[in-house]
Write a new protein. Structure first.
Length: 201
């Protein structure tokens, strides 16, 4: 039996070349995660990430003539919404009615909430949730003030949340989605709900 033991040890002992490959792979993965974290901590990159995801969704769901990017939705305004879906016009001129859609991703508030949940810190969880509520209300007001102008646009806009988990958190907050619709005429949408909304138009 003794001769069998060294064979087992040799069989499971990794070769130096294999260890080097594994180490290189792990270093590469760690670098990739670090790069992603750096991208998401930059406010402009985060905005771009949400905008790119929104653009990819619209490209999958609609034809290029059914939506536009960086559109001035209010006559005489220089403010441009990230995307607008073109709907059949409401007037006799046939001009399309635009549905403004803007992407927002409050990474810091979301991360604080996740960390508070992991620590089971109920006070910090509630404070983080209130911060998210305030963020979404401020963004909804900004979207309404900058981009909603009936009859050139629909009488509401969509605030696109590019992460399903964050969207689920936002709509689970008591009264938040209703307040955004009632007070600001802005509807929250995550990737899945945006698809359903656009398919229903």
């Amino acid at each position: 039996m003794m001769p069998a033991t060294p064979k087992i040890v040799i069989a499971v002992k990794p070769k130096p070349a294999s260890r080097r490959r594994c180490s290189a792979l792990l270093r590469g993965r760690a670098t990739g995660v670090g790069d992603l974290k750096r991208v998401l901590t930059n406010v402009k990159s985060r905005g771009t990430w949400g905008e790119v995801q929104l653009g990819a969704l619209l490209a999958d769901l609609l034809t290029p003539v059914q939506y536009a990017q960086n559109v001035a939705t209010r006559p005489g305004s220089s403010e441009r919404v990230e995307y607008a879906v073109r709907l059949p016009g409401r007037d006799e001129g046939g001009e399309p009615c635009l549905l403004p859609i803007d992407a927002k991703f409050p990474l810091e508030d979301w991360q604080r909430l996740q960390e508070a949940v992991e620590r089971a810190d109920a006070t910090a969880v509630e404070a983080s949730r209130r911060s998210l509520d305030a963020f979404f209300k401020l963004q909804a007001k900004t979207i309404r003030d900058k981009y909603v102008e009936p009859p050139h646009t629909t009488d509401f806009a969509i605030l696109f949340v590019p992460a399903e988990g964050l969207f689920a958190e936002a709509v689970s907050r008591p009264g938040l989605a209703d307040a955004l619709q009632r007070d600001y005429r802005v509807t929250l949408a995550g990737p899945t709900t945006l698809s359903a909304m656009l398919n229903s138009l």
